[in-house]
Ligand binder design. Structure first.
Ligand SMILES: [Zn+2]
Ligand SMILES: [Zn+2]
Length: 558
């Protein structure tokens, strides 16, 4: 990859993964893996579990090599708790596999599917192609029988490997991943007889079971359940449980031949699942741990609660309603995985779009760094697909102001956008979409009422009656110049120019502190008279949006 800036994390991870494939032997397939437990809404933090391997797989594919990206749905995991927003009655399903818990809304096959469906839609919109694997499907079809029996046969060796990390883990574990609590339960049995496998009870369906016996010859496992049921079955004929997380994860590295995986930074600390798993896969499953990157936190700024999703952290679907897919990809691509990301739902979203547009212009004029070009290329699409873009790129903040003022009325929006693009007017609103729709969704879904623009319905006669001579003159200068300046650039000149004329300066006079003060005061006066507060959208946009007639009406005492 000549020309790619040193330190490009995607390039580095892809190089490392290819080297790992070569080390394992000729013909080793390249496999990126992601794993998500669909136990509740799948949020923007979980998306990083997909996006980090996605960019690595995509880089490999761009080099003309094949790379598989597996998304393991950990849907055979137990329901741990009822997430906020779901009926409390679901507490009775705690301990059952996520695919055995009923759908909370009634439209989906089960609990797991309810959370997978919107996430899957978001992945498609983001241009992410994965091969989905349902762990329920794998476990209940017996795909892992051989591995399970192997783990049971080697349970003392597994116990010994885990034992080396138990002390280290306890120290680090207070704040680490929830996945360990099933191991805690098994660990409690350590010494007395460790079993890396936990049956789901044949009567109550929960994993509140304790293995009581195992017969190596017949592979018969015996268990007792907290519900009072005791039972047993042959592991070589029956599939009714799963390996504990710290054995399950490395087993699957070997099973799928995973060569790259990413995990939350909490998986990467000493004694964490990854370090323990690396030993387990080598010593027990005769496999290799994947090359690995730990990723950091994804936060969000702004009133994510306004999104309409049932509380909790915002999801990719929430973000895609206000952020175009390439920009959302960019947020995940441009930062190294160990850096935290913030997805903006507040006014910062304007800046995100501005930065993205500025990068586009910089690349267009040939002034961009190779690293910037690479990251933008990763954002606008994948090796196999270019994502839809907005044909006519207008600043997001302009679109947001316009739909704020027009309250989304298409005809009025189009008229204003045509005025704004008067040099080459828009043909129709479709040319401004999908960005226009994102701006609309942001204004209506995330901008608090007190920050919305409410155009006055009648002139502010009280304020107009108190105008000073100078204020009166400034408004007259503005109104007299409106028609001749009816374009974004023209109105910009006009609103900045009025205070210059009043100060006896030429139109191209350099700004002085006094002039700036006068300009600010003039703008505040206009905002007060037009929208009833002292700030608002950019004045040229606001004036164009209102139309000359309405501006005159509001700035004149009838
Ligand atoms: Zn549902
Ligand atoms: Zn039971």
């Amino acid at each position: 990859m000549a020309g790619v800036k040193q330190g490009d994390w995607v390039v580095a991870a892809a190089d490392q993964m290819i080297a790992e494939g070569k080390r394992r032997g000729p013909g080793t397939p390249l496999v990126c893996a992601s794993g998500i437990s669909p136990s509740g809404p799948i949020h923007l933090g979980n998306l990083r579990e997909i996006m980090v391997p996605h960019f690595v797989a995509d880089e490999i594919r761009r080099r003309g090599l094949e790379c598989r990206h597996v998304l393991s749905w950990d849907d055979y995991d137990r329901l741990r708790k009822v997430p906020a927003g779901a009926p409390a009655s679901f507490a009775e399903h705690i301990g059952r596999p996520l695919t055995a818990v009923p759908d909370p809304c009634g439209d989906h096959e089960n609990w797991a599917e309810h959370f997978k469906v919107p996430f899957r839609t978001a992945l498609a919109e983001l241009g992410v192609e994965v091969t989905e694997i349902s762990q329920t499907g794998m476990y209940t079809s017996g795909a892992y029988r051989e591995q399970i029996i192997h783990a049971m046969r080697n349970r003392s060796r597994i116990d010994a490997v885990l034992g080396r990390y138990r002390t280290a883990k306890k120290a680090a574990d207070a704040e680490t991943e929830a996945e360990t609590d099933e191991d805690e339960a098994s660990d409690a049995a350590a010494g007395a007889g460790y079993y890396p496998y936990k049956p789901y009870c044949s009567v109550c369906g929960r994993d509140t079971t304790t293995v009581t016996s195992y017969d190596e010859t017949t592979t018969r496992i015996g268990y007792g359940c907290q519900c009072g049921h005791t039972d047993g079955f042959e592991l070589n004929r029956h599939d009714g449980g799963k390996l504990v997380w710290k054995v399950d994860w490395p087993m699957r590295w070997a099973f799928e031949g995973v060569t790259f995986e990413a995990g939350g930074v909490d998986h990467s600390s000493p004694g964490s699942s990854f370090t323990v798993g690396s030993r387990v896969v080598r010593e027990i499953f005769d496999g290799q741990p994947p090359t690995y990157l730990g990723y950091s936190f994804v936060g969000s700024s702004g009133s994510a609660k306004m999104s309409g999703s049932a509380g909790g952290a915002p999801t990719p679907a929430d973000a895609l309603r206000i952020i175009e897919a390439p920009l959302l990809r960019w947020l995940y691509a441009r930062r190294r995985p160990n850096q935290a990301i913030t997805v903006a739902f507040d006014q910062e979203v304007n800046r995100l779009y501005d930065e993205w547009d500025a990068l586009g212009r910089k690349i267009g004029t040939g002034g961009a760094e190779p690293g910037e070009i690479a990251v933008r290329a990763r954002s606008v699409g994948s090796a196999t697909r270019t994502l839809p873009t907005t044909e006519r790129v207008l600043p997001f903040r302009t679109l947001a102001s316009v739909v704020d003022i027009t309250t989304g009325q298409d005809e009025l929006t189009l008229r204003i956008l045509r005025d704004i693009t008067s040099e080459d007017p828009l043909d129709d609103l479709a040319q401004a979409r999908p960005r226009l729709d994102r701006a609309q969704a942001w204004i209506t879904g995330y901008v608090p009422a007190e920050e919305r623009t409410r155009v006055r319905t009648a002139p502010d006669l009280e304020r107009l009656g108190q105008l000073t001579e100078a204020e009166h003159e400034s408004i007259k200068l503005l109104l007299d110049g409106l028609d001749a300046h009816w374009s974004p650039a023209g109105l910009t000149d006009l609103v900045y120019g009025v205070p210059k004329i009043q100060a006896g300066l030429s139109p191209d006079a350099a700004p002085t502190p006094e002039l700036k003060t006068a300009q600010r005061a003039f703008f505040a006066l206009l905002y007060t008279l037009l929208v009833g507060r002292d700030t608002g959208p950019r004045l040229p946009t606001l004036l164009l949006a209102l139309g000359a007639e309405r501006v005159r009406a509001l700035l004149t005492a009838a």
